[in-house]
Design a protein around this ligand. Structure first.
Ligand code: 39S
Ligand code: MET
Ligand code: ZN
Length: 777
């Protein structure tokens, strides 16, 4: 490795994969629906890859120096790594070909499941709204370099004239993110298989070298997360040994090891002590190393352009940061902090956005231009003087723009007293609510959304285009609500919802109705697999010009004598799933959103809606990766939820919904929300999470999800009744609610109707088994 390093000066760690017009999403969904065959789907995905490489090149990343990443994935990069190293769970062994390859059909099967074969579990990727598939690793998992899809994609780009830099999830992160396969011995940890896994990575590197790769990027984000590394003894030694071994592979490509999403802290040292040629550091969330000499002799990608947010970078400050790396590093490369996976493609397409706002923004393509400018600036700052001052002007322009600061919002926040964050004692509220609602024991309800049918999407698309007028669209939605209410009455659900047909997305919908937010037309970002979201941009002070959900909820209440549950998205989730202004603390922004929601709760209450659910599925997502940063976060996040809800009277029942079950870390926070009823995911753990809840002394209502809505599978009455019996064995029956584990929007009506029928039936069965005092309470 003594020859001249290729002269790259700028790079990005990854790029969006859905395609500028969601071509990959549409191609995959067509394959799954049986509307397309494998060959045409592969061609469509290859088209997205080719367009990406050309785009990155036209934006200024050279074609031949490995600064363009090859970071495509048809579904998920962690699944790609699992398939590459032969870690396919035994229940899917039949999808692996004789040559070790897995075709797109088999790959989709592992991701989405098949009949009784559950898919790989899906969970959040660090502190983002991206979800990865969790590898299942056991003592007997036979690692080998099995599927060479990544190598073929590299060769495809090379044949097209581009020498790219393949990107693969690194071996340490792969195992730290994996879970023990079913049947593993008690206490088995996937990371104990590191040595065996490295053999597969050695062969993978050799294959990339044979195909002509000069650099390979290995992503090791787990090194920045306390929860990913918790309980692993001697991790520094493992990191050192792993990369010593990979660095010793004969004839291998150069290695760039990336630690996005934070700061690797003490784990930088063992990594830097190995012979890997490159390190990519996140200098937005992380810091320039306290011991710069660790970087001696390395190529260092300084991640100074935020891959998480859409604001134009402060290029002058970014350049200054990069310069601090220049002494020790052999070469400094301007880069992004993370992959650009989390931001939309191109802001210039957003012609409906206010022009002034558009001038403040950088989506993926604009961020590529930013790193290219910084790369040039490292050589000769004078050559890019104009670009540097334009970036400074754009940032300065935000400060004084109308709407960024609204004195009435600031004054209202400043005048808040502690009472605004507190309700009466739960015991008092409980009595008032029992009287007001008159619900049976084990009350049944849903999480809010009913299936978003093609018909609903079509109607909304027609209304957005102007082909359907406002009146006709609203009439369509009222008819939809009528159907959803009639269905719930027929099924016998106790607390009725309106089904959320008017919402394109639970965050975007609210953003569209609040001042201070902007929404995009093309700004799609992958959330998981083929599913995408358009995160709104929260740029100014937040004001609610008019009630948002009140007309829909009151219409619903007019159609049924049963209690109706109003549906709001909470302040933390609205922040988590938006691109949020970076000119003030998140807590201040969250409290502004909370005040708007507080007014909405008050209006719902005044309109006679006695139950209001404020969803906070992202409460866990924004939890800082370093434990030391967590208390401050929990303080402002819990506080903003309380500010949104504490204006409700005693008789108004506040629900919240959190759609995950790993909340050991946030159980106190959930308690702190002080909601009257909290619904959570619990079916997959067979209600075991309720033991934690009981141990924590949680005394309010709890709705453990009794079936997994992520799959079309219909749970039987007996199965649900079994789960409910387990629930009432750990938690007093008078606390227990019966509901699915999340909203039904991604499901179809056939399985939804059947599943809910069984849910109601199971609740009746177990209700009848309860001792009389509980049933009467
Ligand atoms: N923001 C957010 N994050 C979240 C969740 C969530 O609900 N929202 N849930 C969790 C899981 N993540 C999810 C993310 C996306 C979807 C999802 O269903 N996305 C839809 C798009 C939802 C949407 O914005 N729909 C719009 C636009 C739909 C659309 O594509 N319309 C067509 C036209 C349709 C037609 O003419 O028939 C088009 O624009 O081309 C609408 O309904 O109005 C998709 O990818 O398909 C589900 C779960 C965690 N994170
Ligand atoms: C991702 S949490 C979803 C909650 C929302 N109320 C729904 O039912 O869709
Ligand atoms: Zn949910």
């Amino acid at each position: 490795m003594t020859e001249q390093l290729p002269a790259w000066t700028a790079t990005v760690l990854g790029y969006p994969r859905t395609g500028a017009d969601r071509e990959a999403k549409k191609a995959l969904e067509a394959l799954w629906a049986g509307r397309a065959d494998l060959a045409s789907t592969e061609r469509a995905l290859a088209g997205v890859r080719a367009a990406t490489v050309r785009r990155l090149n036209s934006l200024g990343l050279p074609a031949h120096d490995a600064s363009i990443p090859s970071a495509f994935s048809a579904y998920d990069q962690v699944l790609d790594a699992a398939v590459a190293v032969g870690a396919v769970p035994p229940r899917f062994a039949d999808v692996v070909g004789e040559d070790g390859r897995v075709d797109l059909a088999g790959y989709s099967t592992i991701a989405r499941g098949r009949g009784a074969d559950a898919p790989l579990e899906m969970t959040k990727w660090f502190d983002t709204n991206y979800h990865y598939l969790v590898p299942e690793i056991g003592p007997g998992t036979a690692f080998r370099f099995a599927d060479d899809r990544g190598v073929r994609e590299f060769s495809e780009a090379l044949a097209d004239g581009f020498l790219t830099r393949p990107v693969v999830v690194g071996p340490v992160t792969f195992l730290l993110l994996a879970k023990a396969a079913g049947g593993s011995p008690e206490g088995f940890a996937p990371i104990s298989r590191l040595d065996d896994l490295l053999g597969a990575y050695e062969d993978l590197l050799t294959a990339y070298a044979a195909a002509g790769a000069e650099w390979v990027q290995l992503d090791e984000p787990a090194l920045v997360s306390d929860s990913a590394t918790a309980g692993v003894e001697g991790l520094a030694g493992l990191v050192r040994a792993a990369y010593d071994r990979l660095a010793a592979v004969e004839g291998r490509p150069r290695l760039l090891v990336a630690t996005p999403y934070g700061d690797p802290g003490e784990l930088l040292e063992p990594l830097a002590a190995t012979a890997v040629e490159g390190l990519a550091l996140d200098l937005v969330r992380g810091d320039v190393p306290a011991r710069p000499e660790l970087l001696t002799g390395k190529t260092v990608v300084g991640g100074v352009v935020d891959g998480h947010n859409v604001w134009r970078a402060d290029l002058v400050a970014a350049l200054a940061r990069l310069r601090t790396l220049e002494g020790p590093a052999a070469r400094v490369v301007a880069g992004t902090s993370t992959s650009l996976l989390h931001v939309p493609h191109d802001v210039t397409r957003e012609t409906a956005l206010d022009e002034r706002l558009r001038g403040w923004l950088a989506f993926a393509d604009q961020k590529v231009s930013e790193v290219v400018v910084l790369g040039r600036a490292l050589g000769d700052a004078a050559a890019v003087r104009e670009e540097l001052s334009a970036s400074a002007r754009a940032r300065a322009d935000r400060t004084g723009a109308p709407g960024v600061v609204r004195p009435e919002v600031r004054e209202r926040l400043a005048a808040l007293t502690p009472e605004a964050f507190h309700r009466s004692d739960y015991a008092v509220r409980r009595l008032a609510q029992e009287e007001a609602l008159g619900l049976p024991a084990l009350p049944t309800t849903t999480i809010g959304s009913f299936p978003q049918t093609a018909e609903i999407r079509r109607a909304r698309a027609a209304w957005t285009r102007g082909d359907l007028d406002q009146g006709a669209y609203e009439e369509f939605l009222r008819a939809e609500i009528d159907r959803v209410v009639a269905l719930q009455e027929e099924l016998g659900l106790d607390v009725v919802v309106h089904g959320e047909p008017e919402r394109n997305d639970m965050v975007q919908y609210f953003a569209e109705q609040l001042d201070g937010f902007a929404v995009t037309a093309h700004g799609w970002v992958q959330s998981y697999g083929s599913r995408c979201v358009r995160p709104p941009i929260l740029w100014g002070d937040v004001v609610r010009p008019a009630p948002i959900t009140v007309p829909w909820s009151t219409y619903t209440a007019s159609r049924t004598p049963k209690p109706v549950k109003g549906m709001l998205t909470g302040p933390v989730t609205i922040l988590a799933w938006s691109f949020v202004r970076d000119d003030q603390p998140l807590g201040d922004t969250a409290r502004q959103v909370a005040l708007a929601l507080r007014d909405e709760v008050a209006d719902l209450e005044a309109a006679g809606i006695g139950v209001v659910q404020v969803d906070e599925p992202a409460l866990r997502e924004l939890l800082p990766l370093r434990t030391g940063d967590q208390p401050a976060y929990l303080d402002w996040s819990v506080g903003s939820f309380r500010l949104a809800t504490a204006g409700a009277g005693d008789a108004t029942q506040i629900h919240t919904h959190l759609c995950y079950s790993e909340f050991g870390e946030v159980i106190d926070a959930i308690d702190g929300l002080d909601a009257d009823v909290t619904s959570i995911e619990a079916a997959r753990s067979r209600m075991e999470v309720l033991d934690d809840i009981a141990r924590a002394g949680f005394a309010r209502g709890i709705g453990p999800g009794v079936y997994d809505i992520h799959s079309p599978r219909v749970p039987s009455t007996e199965e649900i009744a079994g789960l409910l019996r387990a629930a009432v064995a750990s938690v007093p029956a008078r606390q227990v609610w019966v509901n699915p584990d999340c909203g039904l929007k991604t499901r179809g009506y056939a399985e939804t109707t059947e599943s809910l029928r069984n849910l109601v039936e199971a609740a009746r069965t177990v209700r009848a088994e309860l001792p009389v005092p509980a049933a009467a309470s």
